[in-house]
Write a protein that binds this ligand. Structure first.
Ligand code: GLA
Length: 679
């Protein structure tokens, strides 16, 4: 820190309630710069219409230079100065980067990696997430921050740590895992039975014998052990977050949210468990290959929105390019604006760039920024400035609006893990299976929720469960109640195979849902070659995976059958469906190509009486809707490589353009339009 440690600037005015409805921002690290430079940076941010900074997240050594000696004055000056520029702060707790004094004095707080080696100072996330000493030291710094900033009017929220992800195989973690197992199973007999430890002589006669799975559980091992280790990791992250939340919450204004920044589809813990204790979901949206894929990006947004089932934040996004991929191409001109609006279209209320300016030294010197090493704007800056101005223009229109969906796609970490541990075909990707359905569903309805299988589903007309391999008793009951209540459920390949301990159900798939379906999976086959699939609805090809289905109930209908294949599958049912009162249950036993998946999806949407979107867009343009008390707001983004014209079903107000009503809309490459129906 080159700044003078002077007096704290005088108390700021109370600005509560003035926070703009849409926020554009950047990660700003004032501790890396002379204090004399702050004003120039903040003025440039203000000029780009940035209204939020993320501050403090890696600053532990500047905040507590030596044990129990704190210096928070500089941070208060930075926050208040930003506030004077109309810029609010999200305050990061600095626990992702423990200082050298800490790791030197308390080496036991360093994690032991998957290969049994103790991590070292100088990177990030080198702490042991289960270590009580580390938690106590974290509480110390967090308490100081919360006491000082819990009522600061410019601080609108808290970000705990940064991209929590690294675990530890230390002895202490192992002991906690054994205790966790004892709580879950009660007796070793129960654990041995649920994990079928008689297989390969794995039975345990003492809790202390139970290992952490080899390599931290990323590859092979007893399926029950692997599952429990990941669930333990998830619970331990939850208590890690709570360790800080319990310090912040009593010291902070209720208006200050508490969040942490997640990483899209990152899978090594169950985010539904950790998000439970947070106020707001937020993720870091990076496009390392420089090309936005609206289906995958949209699905990641909707996944994150599903964590809290409400609007979320983009806590980080790239100013052009990253530095951590093999080749780090920039998004093309115009695509940052398109990407930011894509975030908002799917329910984000804030987007923050990482980062404002690169530290002159440090591990990320090549990463994209908004100003260069010289402190002046980079070529991208005007594009960001444009988006910032647009946020100010349409913020009021979007206040209180949300994505409202008639359809949901189910997502389950446990099912993804179970398949990835025993894939049977290395071509089977559970997320690709999800995207295969998410794409046509979003295209048809322009609003899709992604939620876990244990939540209330009654508001959805159609629920699609791609590869829901692991189904707990409670999940199964929830799905049965949904269908009996008039809901339409579509299960796909590999669903209902395993129970809540990652053991095979002693029934054929879909296990506890088989009797509701009036049918079952007789056998599964990993495919090397494509298999024809045919029926009244379509003739197509299936690949990667095929399940031979059968019906046991006279009212279970066969929608598609396999053509000539490996002999076992020839002429056998591939997709079956049964009406249940006003609802239905469908089982899709194979992976159809994209066109056939779209046809089948259209059929199921129509059977479920899902209202089709009225605004039809050409291929390559994504349309999404947010709705609120003022009506629907449509977002149209041209992700194709040519200009597009869209004929609107009725005249709508062109909010980003002329502000007048339009019936036809011209969208250039990377173009964005926001259209409102009323007003
Ligand atoms: C992550 C981290 C940031 C930064 C970016 C770079 O998302 O949270 O601190 O390192 O990556 O892309």
């Amino acid at each position: 820190m080159a700044s003078a440690r002077g007096a704290v600037v005088s108390s700021p005015p109370d600005t509560t309630g003035a926070v703009p409805p849409l926020l554009l921002g950047a990660a700003w690290y004032p501790e890396q710069w002379p204090e004399a430079r702050w004003e120039a940076d903040l003025a440039l941010m203000e000029k780009a219409h940035l209204h939020v900074v993320r501050v403090g997240e890696f600053a532990w050594s500047s905040l507590e230079p030596t044990e129990d000696h704190y210096d928070l004055d500089w941070l208060e000056r930075a926050i208040n100065l930003a506030g004077k520029h109309g810029i609010y702060t999200v305050l990061g707790t600095p626990t992702a980067t423990p200082p050298a004094w800490l790791t030197t004095k308390y080496p036991e707080t360093l994690r032991i990696d998957e290969n049994g080696r103790r991590d070292e100072h100088g990177n990030r996330l080198q702490y042991d997430w289960s270590n009580e000493k580390y938690r106590a030291l974290s509480r110390g710094i967090v308490e100081r921050l919360a006491t000082r900033f819990g009522h600061n009017p410019y601080v609108i929220g808290w970000q705990i740590d940064n991209e929590i992800s690294q675990t530890s195989t230390a002895e202490g973690a192992r002991k906690q895992f054994q205790d966790w197992l004892q709580k879950r199973y009660g007796t070793l007999d129960a654990l041995n039975a649920r994990w079928t430890t008689s297989y390969w002589s794995q039975s345990y006669s003492d809790w202390s014998q139970i290992p952490i799975p080899k390599h931290g559980g990323v590859d092979s091992g007893n399926p029950g052990l692997l599952l429990c280790w990941r669930l333990f990791i998830s619970d331990t992250w939850k208590s890690y977050l709570l360790n800080q939340i319990n310090v912040i919450r009593p010291r902070a204004d209720a208006r200050q949210f508490i969040t942490t920044n997640t990483m899209g589809f990152f899978q090594y813990y169950d985010h539904y468990i950790t998000e439970d204790v947070l106020d707001l979901a937020a993720w870091d949206n990076y496009v390392p290959d420089g090309k936005v894929d609206p289906v995958w990006n949209g699905m990641a947004h909707d996944l994150t929105r599903g964590f809290k089932r409400k609007n979320f934040w983009i806590m980080e996004t790239q100013p052009g390019f990253v530095n951590w991929s093999g080749v780090n191409p920039s998004l093309k001109k115009g695509d940052i604006r398109a990407l930011v609006w894509h975030d908002i279209a799917h329910g984000a209320d804030a987007v923050s760039f990482w980062q404002w300016r690169s530290a002159l030294n440090g591990q990320e010197q090549y990463h994209g920024t908004l100003v260069g090493a010289d402190g002046t704007p980079v070529p991208l800056y005007p594009e960001v400035q444009q988006v910032g101005a647009e946020f100010e223009k349409v913020g009021a229109l979007l206040r209180g609006t949300q994505v409202q969906s008639q359809v949901a796609v189910l997502h389950s970490y446990e099912s993804r893990w179970a398949i990835e541990w025993q894939p049977q075909s290395n071509k089977f990707d559970p997320l690709a299976e999800m995207a295969r359905y998410y794409g046509p569903l979003h295209r048809a309805t322009q609003a899709v929720d992604v939620v876990p299988p244990n939540v209330d589903l009654s508001m959805y007309k159609l629920v699609v469960a791609p590869a829901l391999n692991l189904l707990t008793d409670a999940d199964a009951k929830n799905l049965i109640a949904y269908v009996n209540g008039g809901g339409n459920l579509e299960l796909t390949t590999r669903s209902g195979m395993k129970d809540g301990d990652n053991a095979l159900y002693p029934e054929r798939q879909p296990g506890p849902l088989a009797s509701l379906l009036g049918g079952r999976v007789e056998q599964f086959y990993a495919l090397k070659d494509a298999v024809p699939v045919e029926g009244d609805m379509l003739h197509s090809n299936a690949s990667i995976w095929a399940e031979l289905l059968s019906t046991s109930s006279p009212d279970t209908k066969v929608l598609l059958r396999y053509g000539k294949s490996n002999g076992w599958l020839d002429g056998q049912p591939a997709v079956i469906s049964r009406r249940v009162g006003k609802g239905s249950i469908t089982y899709v036993g194979t992976i159809l190509d994209d066109a056939a998946t779209a046809t089948l999806t259209a059929h199921l949407l129509s059977e479920a009486h899902v209202t089709p979107a009225s605004l039809v867009v050409p291929d390559g343009v994504e349309a999404s809707v947010r709705s609120g008390p003022g009506g629907a707001v449509h977002f149209l983004i041209n992700f194709s490589d040519k200009a597009q014209t869209i004929h609107l079903p009725k005249a709508m107000k062109d909010e980003l353009g002329s502000g007048g009503k339009v019936s036809d809309l011209a969208l250039p490459v990377s173009g964005v339009a926001i259209l409102s129906e009323s007003r």
